[in-house]
Design a protein around this ligand. Structure first.
Ligand SMILES: [Zn+2]
Length: 186
């Protein structure tokens, strides 16, 4: 799986300056693999096969905008279920566009990448009061190496323990290299 992500430049190793200001030796950009619909569809099928072994009923897919939308749609296709998304309005995640959740619907929350688990938890907190029964969480990549607990089963195709450092403590900087901003042109 790692090789597949690398093949599409979705998984880069080097010395990166993250948007958080931290430095890291690994960078994941899911859009670069998800831009290929046939590959995205296969990734979703793989996740579905893994999830289906443990979770029998899923009624609805919910993902957070923007990062979760593409893989969320593909997971909806794999399960042949509705796929909707939450988006941020004035800093708060909400359902818009006439999307709704029926009381007791069994929901799979889908992310592209889980790092701290914060946005996943926000999705769960947004949709549970609307009647959602969150039965599982899945992501393409889990950068917490399974450390975050959502109170339900979780699945990912690739689990990575990504180390990140404050600039003054970065061992890569100490070795004399300079960090690059992922996505910027050289
Ligand atoms: Zn550094």
């Amino acid at each position: 799986m790692k090789e597949l992500f690398k093949k599409y430049n979705a998984l880069l190793t080097g010395h990166f300056l993250l948007s958080s200001g931290l430095h890291s030796d690994t960078y994941f950009q899911s859009a670069l693999i998800l831009q290929h619909p046939l590959v995205a569809g296969k990734l979703a099928e793989n996740l579905k096969n893994e999830i289906s072994q443990k979770i029998k009923d899923i009624d609805l897919i919910v993902s957070p905008a923007m990062g979760g939308i593409v893989i969320g749609q593909e997971m909806g296709r794999a399960f042949a279920k509705r796929a909707i998304f939450c988006e941020r309005v004035d800093g708060k995640l909400v359902l818009r566009r006439g999307f709704s959740i029926n009381k007791g619907e069994k929901v799979l929350v889908v992310e592209d990448v889980i790092t701290t688990g914060l946005s996943t938890r926000e999705v769960i907190e947004t949709i549970t009061p609307l009647g959602a029964d969150v039965v599982a969480v899945c992501s393409l990549v889990d950068r917490s190496a399974g450390k975050v607990d959502f109170g339900c089963p979780r699945f990912s195709l690739l689990s990575l323990e990504v180390k990140s450092y404050k600039s003054e403590e970065c061992p890569l900087c100490k070795n004399g290299s300079a960090p690059v901003k992922p996505g910027s042109r050289k």
